[in-house]
Ligand binder design. Structure first.
Ligand code: SAM
Ligand code: DTB
Ligand code: SF4
Length: 334
């Protein structure tokens, strides 16, 4: 079940991150739930405070009308979801939202745009927003679609801390979900982000009708990247009316727990984010996901277009579970 540890070519004494085989990852994923949770919690405690979660906030700075055909997404122009297309937000609107998110306890502010890929002009406008978020003392994250190497550099210069770009599912299942781009396009952008020195946020979605082997395949791709992502969002599909996935049967809840636990074990130093879909999860499932090693989430009553638990419900849950929100880096004493 253990991954193979490689030695780096240029320094044979230094261990490269372990590479997982599909068989080892599947065996891990399918182990008895108690064993999986025990291992995940053990690994988690080696690298993180087990009772602290990092909180990010989302703001959709450009809503709807996207030219991609992602089957899960309410913002694709290919689906009739009734979502109204909106213009790119102004910087002062973004600043206001960032301030509010910071006051609610978020340390990172993530700006999303319904684009296949930004133009250079659009990127300049986003760069300004990044500056405004940083000026409020928050980490800045963006998710804008595909980037060129130069665009990633531009965002790095603007002060962007993280870039989110999900691989969504396994390479094998990808064609069932998106036809307007290839899995390799996603990996290419992730490479540009990494090369520019921006921290990588990449994960995927559970519950799109994929098989367990696809969940394992998705984690395998992420864990075996040259460097694993610093942040791994695991989303539970929010079925959106008008999208091709609106009637997909929800997965067994334990598949979500297993995916988080396997992500924790396969990427021990990464933040694993319990991401979209929390609104329909009960408190007990939240608790199991934290036990499985989730240590990050989105707070605030809205994700990009869909609902998230309100502040009060989350505050009550954290209190009952004895969880604290991670302090901003400057307060954490380094
Ligand atoms: N357009 C950019 C892109 O696709 O990279 C950024 C925005 S996109 C909405 C960000 C991510 O949100 C997607 O990659 C997907 O993983 C997640 N997502 C979108 N709709 C979702 C849904 N209905 N349920 C769960 N996750 C969803
Ligand atoms: C991620 O993995 N999930 C977030 C964020 N990264 C951009 C987005 C979830 C979107 C849920 C559907 C919606 O709000 O439209
Ligand atoms: Fe939605 Fe992003 Fe796909 Fe566009 S690229 S349809 S915004 S998930």
């Amino acid at each position: 079940m253990n991954p193979e540890t490689l030695r780096t070519a240029d320094n044979p004494d230094q261990e490269a991150p372990p590479r997982w085989s599909f068989e080892a990852a599947l065996e891990l994923f399918e182990s008895p739930l108690n064993d999986l949770l025990f291992q995940a919690q053990t690994v988690h405690r080696r690298h993180f405070d087990a009772n602290t979660v990092q909180a990010s906030a989302l703001l959709n700075v450009k809503t709807g009308g996207c030219s991609e055909d992602c089957a899960y997404c309410g913002q694709s122009a290919h689906h009739q979801t009734g979502l109204e297309r909106e213009r790119l937000m102004r910087v002062d609107e973004v600043t206001k939202a960032a301030r509010r998110a910071r006051d609610q306890g978020s340390t990172r502010f993530c700006m999303g745009a319904a684009w296949r890929a930004p133009s250079d002009h659009q990127l300049d406008l986003i760069a300004e927003m990044v500056g405004a978020v940083k000026a409020e003392g928050m980490e800045a994250c963006a998710t804008l679609g595909m980037l060129t190497g130069d665009q990633a550099e531009r965002l790095k210069q603007a002060g962007l801390d993280y870039y989110n770009h999900n691989i969504d599912t396994s390479e094998e299942f990808y064609g069932n979900i998106v036809s307007t781009r290839a899995f390799s396009d996603r990996l290419e952008t992730l490479g540009h982000v990494r090369d520019a020195g921006i921290r990588v946020c990449a994960g995927g979605i559970i519950g799109m009708g994929e098989a367990r082997a696809d969940r394992v395949g998705m984690l395998l791709t992420l864990a075996n990247l040259p460097e694993p992502p610093e942040s791994v969002p695991i989303n539970l599909l929010i079925p959106i009316a008008g999208t091709p996935l609106e009637n997909v049967a929800p997965p067994d809840s334990f598949e979500m727990v297993r995916t988080i636990a396997a992500a924790r074990i396969m990427m021990p130093r990464s933040y694993v984010r319990l991401s979209a879909g929390r609104e329909t999860m009960n408190d007990e499932l939240h608790a199991l996901c934290f036990l499985a090693g989730a240590n990050s989430l989105f707070i605030g009553e809205k994700l990009l277009t869909a609902a998230n638990p309100d502040e009060e419900r989350d505050r009550d849950l954290f209190e009952r579970l004895g969880l604290s929100l991670e302090a901003p880096e400057s307060d954490a004493g380094g």
